[in-house]
Design a protein around this ligand. Structure first.
Ligand SMILES: Cc1cc2nc3c(=O)[nH]c(=O)nc-3n(C[C@H](O)[C@H](O)[C@H](O)COP(=O)(O)OP(=O)(O)OC[C@H]3O[C@@H](n4cnc5c(N)ncnc54)[C@H](O)[C@@H]3O)c2cc1C
Length: 429
């Protein structure tokens, strides 16, 4: 029998999971993996700790050094794909190569947004923060220029991840956020306030309802930023963390359907035959609303990669739907938000508990007897159980009154669901 020729574009969570998915079904097929980045597969969220000096490059690996070899994967690292041609079953690279495939996975993640219309955005000392190369470049710049002050533009997840590293390095940091509060996409107002308070205690200033209008430079190097509210802030380093867009560029003009991301069905199939997409680049079905959305988080990328890989190899795997979930530690304050974090109108109910002094907060959002979202700040102990109830869409009407109690736990769950949890038949994702 001839071997199937698999091609994977990407070398991160979704790509690695897809290799596992393929190998669960097909031990012999030829797998080639192409990645623009030159590094061995690494864990992207760890770039915070790399920049902060808490981990070295050798601890960044997402899989052991011999993983490609043991998984039978040929790698083409440092190779950028520029175009996909589904009709010819080929991809083109920036180096002028054309590579054929029988089954293709696009797992190229996202591209950080840099506002090119902001004057001075091309100055030295201006960075984004999504790759190991970014972390290395920022670390080198800080060392060479003896940087003591920084501005982080954007108070979302990636902004906070860079702030965490800058705090570790003792750099005086100001966050500039266009919305009226930080983490507005994933937190409710109370949680944002607590997060800002924790940052303030760590010496981080947060400017909200404003953004950078122009960057100031001297000798080609950034020295400050003019804000839209008229104020000017000095800085020696500036990081843009204003969002990441799914990297759909390689499918432009290919006929593959894309919207914000590449549109996929529950088998991670794109609109083109034999072409799959997974991870941050994919626009797949969301669990709670049922429509296709890009939910750019690690666990979704992993699970989508497995589904894609298995299906590429001929199995029948189904995507169970993505859940928005963010877990971020703000200095030393653990936080988790899941699903809908604010009542969306009639029929919604919110249950919450707040201890402002301890910076501790728990909130559940309910809709028609089910929990559809939660926010945890400080006290995250029950986040796993609650996430399970959300994911499995368990009717919690009969346990509503104990949901917020301090001793809420496995024993409080509806009996039939508890049996499933204890017998391991609930997928603990
Ligand atoms: C600083 C930071 C912290 C984060 N923290 C968390 C967290 O705490 N929890 C969480 O759930 N998520 C977190 N995330 C998000 C998480 O890292 C992503 O959801 C995840 O990495 C997505 O995986 P992916 O495989 O889809 O794509 P990516 O990890 O983006 O990888 C894309 C791959 O494609 C390659 N590639 C891209 N374009 C091309 C091309 N044209 N040709 C060839 N190769 C290409 C890249 O080199 C790379 O290997 C964080 C992200 C960042 C940046």
């Amino acid at each position: 029998m001839t071997k199937t020729k698999y091609l994977i574009i990407g070398n991160s969570v979704a790509a690695v999971a897809a290799v596992s998915g393929i190998r669960q079904v097909d031990a012999d097929g030829d797998i080639t993996l192409i990645s623009r980045e030159t590094q061995h597969t690494y864990s992207r969220p760890l770039i915070t700790y790399l920049l902060g000096g808490k981990v070295g490059e050798e601890q960044m690996a997402y899989r052991p050094a011999d993983w490609y070899e043991k998984s039978g994967v040929n790698t083409m690292l440092g190779t950028e794909v520029t175009h996909v041609d589904p009709e010819a079953h080929t991809v083109d690279t920036a180096g002028g190569q054309t590579i054929g495939y029988e089954k293709l996975l696009i797992a190229v993640g996202g591209t950080p947004i840099v506002p090119r219309d902001v004057q001075g955005a091309d100055a030295e000392g201006v960075f984004t923060f999504t790759t190991m190369d970014d972390a290395d470049a920022i670390a080198n710049y800080i060392e060479e220029r003896e940087v003591r002050s920084a501005i982080v533009v954007g108070g979302g997840l990636i902004g906070l991840k860079s702030v965490e590293a800058l705090i570790e390095l003792g750099i005086s940091t100001t966050v500039v956020e266009l919305a009226d509060r930080m983490l507005s996409a994933t937190f409710d107002e109370t949680a944002s306030t607590l997060a800002q308070r924790r940052l303030a205690r760590a010496g981080v200033e947060v400017r909200t309802s404003t953004t950078v209008a122009e960057l100031l430079s001297e000798n080609g190097r950034v020295v400050g930023a003019k804000l839209t509210d008229g104020e000017t802030l000095p800085c020696e380093l500036l990081i843009f963390a204003i969002g990441v867009l799914p990297a759909t560029g390689i499918v432009q003009g290919s006929g593959i359907d894309s919207d914000r991301g590449i549109i996929v069905d529950d088998g991670m199939r794109t609109s083109a035959e034999d072409v799959y997409a997974a991870g941050d680049v994919a626009q797949a079905r969301a669990l709670l609303c049922g429509t296709n959305r890009c939910i750019a988080i690690f666990p979704n990328a992993y699970r989508q990669g497995i589904v894609a890989g298995r299906n590429m190899a001929g199995a029948e795997a189904q995507w169970e739907g993505g859940l928005v979930m963010n877990s971020v530690t703000i200095v030393d304050l653990p936080t988790i938000s899941v699903g809908v974090t604010e009542a969306l109108g009639e029929g919604y109910e919110e249950l919450s508990q707040l201890n402002e002094v301890a910076l501790s907060y728990r909130k559940l959002v309910l809709h028609e007897g089910r929990i559809v979202g939660a926010v945890f700040v400080g006290d995250i102990d029950r986040a796993g159980i609650i996430t399970g109830l959300i994911r499995e869409r368990i009717d919690v009407s009969e346990i509503r009154d104990v949901l917020m109690s301090d001793d809420f736990g496995l024993i409080s769950l509806p009996a039939a669901y508890r049996e499933r949890v204890l017998s391991g038949t609930v997928n603990r994702r």
